[in-house]
Every structure is written in structure tokens, then in C-alpha cells.
Design a protein around this ligand. Sequence first.
Ligand code: HEC
Length: 474
Amino acid sequence: MRTLILVLILALSAAIALAHGDEEHDDDDVEEVKIGEVAVPENPTYHEHARPIIEARCVACHSDGQIAAYAPLTDPQDVVFFADDIKFHVVNGIMPPWMPSRANLPLKNDRSLSDEEIATIAAWVDAGAAMGDSHDYAPSATDRFDLVEVRADLTLQLEEPYEPDPDVLDDYRCFALPLEIEAPQFITGYEFIPDVAEMAHHNILYLFDETADRVIQRRNYADGRPGWSCYGGPGLAVGGEGIGGWAPGASPVLFPQGAGFLIRPGQHIVVEMHYNLWTARQPDQSRIILQLESAESELTELMNISLAAPVEIPCPTGLEGPQCERGAAIERVAELYGEDARYTPDYLLRECGQRLADYAANTGENAIGYCDYPITKSLTLYSVSGHMHELGRSFRMELNPDSEDSLLLLDIPRWDFHWQDQYYFVEPLEVSYGDVLRMECAWDNSLSDDPRYVVWGEGTADEMCFGSLLALKP
Ligand code: HEC
């Protein structure tokens, strides 16, 4: 039996309030309380009410061998043990981890709960987390969220364990992994398997052809250790193609049916690893699993489009000193990451047709960076991802902003560095000449342990506003 009651749902409602306009950037930390009318059961039990939701929405991660195995939700006793914790995480929108707002274009593998599911869990816990009768259990009608499986047709692994640079806290290292195949193939999916998860910050995968061989040979082991140091990209002088990446919480990737990245014998995948060495420092020998299909299978080729926007983040209000000067920030990145890094901040402004004065309204607590990209030819888009570091507050990729037919390709109102992912649209998105894509990042410099003027840079103490789109090659 169900009754109609009023429930408070903190959940993702801040997301809805943030869907439009720039003026809301300053309040996205404040949880808005939404009062909604939702039907909840009168005497909720685990088996009849909570279990169908937990099995459909939680156990894919909260079970043996999975990412959250330390807090298993498979056994009724465990679920009851975690009941208060479960309510807290669910009501506050922390679990299941799903960052995009409800205003986002529909995305695959949407892990979020409906208001009714949230209210049911809360009501069950509030009523004392009763067990009930296992005969009352019936699987949820909603599809169980599953982690996709990637077939291991080819496994690439670092040649030998890499010992992180003992002198740094953020180690960027590139490794060239030869593609040992006999004939051309399509990559139709991949999975990155970190060897030491605690220090795997994120990575980017590039595809290089034979023209890169000589440079790779020169750079590999040049300092006596596997791979080479690579801030801001593989730096091989010849262009490579981005084919994907990984960050904590990312799911394995299967490319859209009928499409893949074409690879040939003799090519390399270069993995640009970012190791963050605050908590762990161990030899790493991570692996990448590739799912392949023969090039004769007539798949369509995929490509990745990378987007970057300016990062101009002043010091928090009230803080003054040389560390708050933009010039000092630029000197700092040049010193840390090499001369190229010196030119990046101005390059980004120029590429986006902007001037520094356009960011005069940025404050330390509320700094934005954005860029408009006019679409010049028809494209089919499959997926989107955004990347910032730990000062990030919100990320948005919007098609035709300020117009009636605007679409939110990716709307992350509460940025969480630990849950970055590549998001696939439920329906591929067609864009064409005349459309404009806007990427916009917002940061809060008061989140920094060591606040100073922040510009684009590779370390976790620097910031980025980076996005990528997976598209069919036109
Ligand atoms: C995609 C994987 C995933 C899914 C789905 C997921 N969780 Fe989690 N959960 C995690 C991870 C990983 C953590 C560890 C903390 C973190 O990384 O945010 C966690 C932490 C938790 C915690 C905190 C445990 C503790 O005391 O430390 C609770 C409670 C929780 N999840 C409940 C749930 C519930 C309830 C659901 C379903 C409604 C759910 N989770 C769905 C991955 C997941």
C-alpha cells in the first residue's frame, strides 16, 4: 500500500536551478531543498522496497571485486548495517555517483535515482530498516545498471614497472605501447586497468603512426627509465590522435555500434599517465585492454575533437601578494613545465577570440573560463567529456547557448574531481554549419590549500578547462 507524503529531497535539485544563466555560479555549493510530492510505501521493508532499488542501482559497484567492494550491499545484513549511511548518501545525491544534472541531454548508463526511489530508501531507513519477507522481493522494472564488458583481444602493458620520479608530486609520464597486430583492425572498445589505483590521477590515450617511431626511440629510456617525461602532451613533434582517456570512476568504453578507431601494424598507442604521488609511490605497470574487429568489417572511423578554454583565476578576495600576479603564475608554469607552457594562457585567449579584459569580472571565488566554437561542417557526435582539476565548481558544454533550441550536452553543476567520465548520448547528436558550441568552466580558488593566481597548467595545483567530443570522421 502506498500513501502520498511530502518529502524533502536535497538530491540533485541544485542542478536544476543551475541549468540556465551565468548568475547562478555563486550558489551551487548551497544545497537547495526541494519539496516534492512522492508516493512512498507505508510499511517499507528491505525485501519488498529497498532491495529492488539497491540491486538495480548499487550492487554493480558495491559487490565483490568491484570498485566499492569494501562496502558490499549484496547481503541483507550488510545493507541494514549501512542503512543510515545509505540514506545520507542517497538523499544528498552523493550516491549513486552521477554528476550530470537532470537538465542534461539524456545519457547512457544514467545511474541517478528517481525522486520516488530516493524517497523510498529514505522512508525505509526512517521506519527502522525492517527486513520483511524475502518472498516479497521482485526485481526492479528499471534496467540494472551494469558495468560494460570489454573483450580482451589485445592487452597492452607498460614494458616494465615504472618507478615514479622521486622529486615531484605530480609525475607526467608517456609510454609508447606498440600495437602488435598482423593486419589493420578497428578498436571498438577499451578498458584501462590501473596497477596502483591510489596514484593513477588520469590518463589520455593517443594513436601515433610510423612517422613518430624515430622520436619515440630517442625519447624512450633517455633518462634511464621507461617512457619519457611529458607535460601537456606526448611532445613528439608529429601529431597523434586522441582516442580516449581514463579518470577515477570512469567506466570501460565500448564505442558506438558500427564504428571504431582504425589501427595498423607498426603504430603505437602512447599513454600519457598522470601520477599524483601525495598518498602512494609505488612501481606501476598498468594495462590497457583493447577490443578489436577486423578492418574488413567495414566499420566507420571515429575521431576525437579536443576543446580548451582560457583559465584566468585570480586570488581569493582579500589575499594579496606577488603570488596573486598573473605574470608570476605564468613564470611558475614556464619553470615547472617548460617554455611552451608560458605561451598557453595567451594562446587560449587568442584562439577563443578573447582578451584578458573579458575576464575582469572573475573573482577568486567565482572565476569562469569559456570558449565558443562555431561548427563549420556537419558532424555526428557520440560522447562528451569535461576535465578540470580540484578547484572546479561546474562544467558545461552547451549547443547554441542563449537560443531557444539550446541543448546541454554536458551539465555538471557540482564538479567532483573523483568522478570524471566520458558520457555517451542516448541518441547520437547531429550538429551542422551555423551551430555554436560553448564550453564553460567555473572555479573556486578558495578551495585551494595554497591560493595564488592560477593559469592553465598540468599539475593538480594548476587548472584546466578541457573538453572532448567523440565524432564520426566526416
Ligand atoms: C559506479 C559505482 C557505484 C555505484 C553505482 C554506487 N556506488 Fe556507492 N560508492 C562507490 C564508491 C567508489 C564509493 C567510495 C567513495 C567514493 O569513491 O566516492 C562508494 C561509497 C558509498 C557509501 C559510503 C560507504 C562508507 O561508509 O564509506 C555508501 C553508503 C554508498 N556508496 C551507497 C551507495 C548506494 C546506496 C548506491 C545505490 C543507490 C550506490 N552507492 C551506488 C561506488 C558506487
